[in-house]
Ligand binder design. Structure first.
Ligand code: MLT
Length: 317
């Protein structure tokens, strides 16, 4: 019997790999650095029945076309914006993800980034640790308590950020045309009908939507102009939702007091314009990087891919 060949091109947690390896009908190739060598992926993909990636592997039409045996692409995480979904569907290749596995990791990273930006913690840390300076006056922040947090996208992560923000005594408002008012109300969150209202009323704004044609450049200079002076902006969702050049300019002018960004329009990104902006806290797309969430995601995606290969039912988010 021909075994199902599974190619994993990025780092995923051991329990997921072990789960796949112990299946008698599966053969696994685990090469976590392969995403850096797209040509090599193109070369070997024709042998494989399944491909498992994170966000670093561009699953393009060309790759899918070469993957003549491909039955399923598994995304070990939530966002499927690195996968050409239309091209996959045209070829009958299933795309599955692990949408619930890293919710808490992303939520907690958002809270950490919010505090870090509000108090400029990384700047104070650098000043003391690397520059050996004792600069108490320089690092004046703002408190979260009493401020209005505007959450754009009130799904799994956005709603959990809302619950935590309320524990910090923040007033929480949200904009999400796809959820019911009652869901927000149950959590003590006011759902606003227009994005513009959220932009106008919030002291801190955080985005938690996927990257789609609808959300790309959702926040540009135009939207930033409508915000309060001294607003704090967070993007722990996807690069490209907030226009990077416009955010850079708003940080330079002081319209935006501070920002926190975990995701970039092009990744890996070590020369993004935002890295030169003042008052910005940046991390290299580590929102989902906790031991707990990576274990969850790896096991979920392994099970999803196995189900798809064996023609069993898969769960779609
Ligand atoms: C996700 O979409 O799940 C996160 O951004 C984390 C990741 O890319 O692995």
């Amino acid at each position: 019997m021909e075994k199902f060949k599974v190619l994993i091109t990025e780092h995923i947690a051991e329990p997921g790999i072990e789960l796949l390896k112990k299946q008698p009908d599966v053969e696994v190739t685990y090469d976590p650095e392969l995403f850096r060598n797209f040509d090599r992926i193109l070369e070997i993909i024709p042998e494989y029945h399944a491909l498992i990636t994170r966000s670093g592997t561009p699953v393009t039409e060309e790759l899918l076309e070469r993957g003549k045996k491909l039955k399923v692409v598994g995304r070990a995480g939530v966002g499927v914006d690195n996968i050409d979904l239309e091209a996959a569907s045209r070829r009958g290749i299933l795309v599955v993800n692990a949408p619930t596995g890293n919710t808490l990791a992303a939520t907690e990273h958002t809270m950490g980034m919010m505090l870090a930006a509000a108090r400029l913690i990384p700047y104070a840390h650098k000043s003391l640790k690397e520059e050996r300076k004792w600069e108490r006056k320089k690092f004046m922040g703002v408190e979260l308590a009493g401020k209005t947090l505007g959450i754009i996208g009130f799904g799994r992560i956005g709603s959990r950020v809302g619950i935590r923000a309320k524990a910090f005594d923040m007033k929480v408002i949200a904009y999400d045309p796809y959820i019911k008012k009652e869901k927000a109300e149950r959590l003590g969150v006011e759902l606003v009908d227009e994005l513009e209202e959220l932009l106008r009323r919030s002291d801190i704004i955080t985005v938690h939507t996927p990257l789609t044609e609808e959300t790309r450049n959702m926040i540009t200079k135009r939207e930033i102009e409508k915000m309060k002076d001294g607003v704090i902006l967070l993007n722990i969702a996807r690069g490209g939702i907030i226009n990077e050049k416009d955010l850079y300019e708003a940080l330079v002018s002081g319209k935006v007091r501070a920002a926190a960004v975990d995701v970039f329009s092009k990744e890996p990104s070590t020369d993004n314009i935002l890295l030169d902006a003042p008052n910005i806290v940046v991390t290299p797309h580590i929102g989902a990087n906790t031991f707990e969430s990576q274990t969850n995601v790896a096991v979920i995606i392994a099970n999803q891919v196995l189900a798809a290969l064996r023609g069993e039912e898969v769960e779609f988010a």
